[in-house]
Ligand binder design. Structure first.
Ligand code: FCB
Length: 448
């Protein structure tokens, strides 16, 4: 018996995403994605790297699944690259793309590892971006057609379906602050894109329920607690509330409560943002019942009121806590508060932490090993809070470490290492870090 024992059957997992690990950017009939285009256009990526090869999972998935098996990972979360299935976004299916994912899923299955498949983790076909991408309402139909093919051709091999990963990043980072593909700077467009993401999510759930497949389906939302920077300052309290409504409720409320956050919308309108065009019937599509709530969380926000910040009037500041190499502050109690908050507000029957983890400045030492005590400490501390929340009735059924291996970290390129397995990008050599062995033992003991 360990001091922190998790419920029987707890789903210990680890996560990745197609663009970040696959490489093979134009192999096997794959079409161009918005991330291919974004990275190939100079000036977007911190270290000027591109994801063309990344971890070459496209060719090395056998080796990687071998490592997963050795570590005793129960669930592997991966995403499907839409342009690998539909090179043109719509129209003809690329059989080679289907075969690739069937091979991966079959291999996982043969090794006794469950799969959690994200249908959209940010790599939109460029051809669809050329037609407006997420700003075009038609995208809900394009997504519907795409997921139907996934259900038909991969459905027998998938254990858990996730419609979208962190849709607020797709809309806000992609269309408002432009750090992610397609790199726009238009807040109102980002709000409209958010609505279309929600519609696409709803369309995917609607189609899924028609298939008769038995696996669970849910969505992965990233959320954070926002605390007032000065808890005695009224303006900070209000700014923190707005900030949290924006980062959490904007997607959480329509899906789980069937309504948009009204106060937030009124504030945004007053500040001159154009609210999304929401049509009759949209909310019903968006708010269909899900089998679980997927949560990604890494940090907390500490918010100061600042009128000059448009449109939210809120500025997130550092508090002096330790931070990871991604510059995200470590605040495990924030995870506990967040789990309680989600449980209280949305009451999901099941919650899975689909991402949590730390970037560290790791390298292979003279003995050929990678020592990453800070990552172990981070995961350890966050898991203690997960355990506490479970003890108080929050139905957390799984926890997936981000990430299985070092990978292409979006705008940060290859300069941020989140993996439990080190990847030497020049040789593609994999070296499990100490955290991988530590996590493996946690899984074996079902606690620590
Ligand atoms: C999340 C993303 C994931 C990865 C981690 C560090 O926002 O979903 O792809 O980049 O952050």
């Amino acid at each position: 018996m360990s001091a922190y024992q998790f419920p029987e059957g707890f789903e210990w997992g680890t996560a990745t995403a197609s663009y970040q690990i696959e490489g093979g950017w134009n192999a096997g009939g794959k079409g161009e994605s918005i991330w291919d285009r974004f990275c190939h256009t100079p000036g977007h990526i911190h270290d000027d790297s591109v994801g063309d090869t990344a971890c070459d999972f496209y060719h090395r998935y056998g080796e990687d699944i071998g490592i997963l098996k050795e570590l005793g990972i129960k669930v592997y979360r991966l995403s499907i690259s839409w342009p690998r299935i539909f090179p043109e976004g719509t129209g003809a299916v690329n059989k080679e793309g289907i075969d690739f994912y069937r091979n991966v899923l079959q291999r996982l299955h043969d090794n006794g590892i469950k799969s959690a498949v994200t249908m959209y983790h940010w790599d939109l076909p460029q051809k669809l971006q050329d037609r407006g991408g997420w700003a075009n309402r038609e995208i809900a139909d394009w997504f519907r057609a795409y997921v139907k093919v996934l259900y038909e051709r991969l459905g027998d091999l998938v254990d858990t379906w996730i419609t979208l990963n962190e849709p607020i990043c797709t809309s806000m980072a992609g269309y408002w602050y432009g750090e992610h593909a397609p790199g726009y700077h238009d807040y109102s467009m980002a709000l409209q894109a958010s609505h279309h993401l929600l519609l696409a999510h709803g369309a995917a759930v609607e189609e899924y329920r028609k298939t008769g497949l038995k696996a669970d389906i849910g969505i992965t939302l990233n959320m954070n607690m926002s605390y007032p920077f000065d808890p005695k300052n009224r303006a900070d309290i209000e700014a923190a509330k707005r900030n949290q409504e924006h980062s959490n409720n904007l997607f959480g409320d329509p899906i789980f409560l069937g309504k948009y956050p009204e106060e937030l919308f009124a504030y945004l309108e007053k500040r001159g943002a154009v609210l999304p065009d929401i049509r009759q019937g949209d909310i019903e599509i968006i708010s269909q019942k899900l089998d679980f709530f997927g949560l990604n969380t890494y940090f907390t926000d500490h918010v100061k009121a600042d009128e000059s910040r448009w449109p939210l009037g809120a500025l997130s500041l550092k508090t002096g806590r330790p931070h990871t190499d991604a510059d995200w502050e470590v605040n495990p109690e924030g995870m506990y508060d967040l789990l309680k908050w989600i449980h209280g507000r949305y009451k999901p029957q099941k919650l899975i932490i689909t991402e949590n983890g730390a970037a560290c400045n790791d390298w292979v030492n003279l003995e050929g090993k990678v020592s990453d005590p800070n990552r172990i400490d981070y995961i350890h501390r966050y898991l203690i809070q997960v355990h506490k929340a479970i003890g108080e009735g929050v139905p957390v059924k799984g926890y997936y470490v981000w990430c299985f291996c070092d990978n292409f970290e979006w705008a940060w390129g290859l300069s941020r290492r989140f993996g439990m397995v080190h990847v030497d990008y020049a040789t593609q050599k994999r070296t499990p870090k100490e955290s991988a062995y530590w996590y493996s033992k946690v899984i074996r003991d079902n606690g620590f």
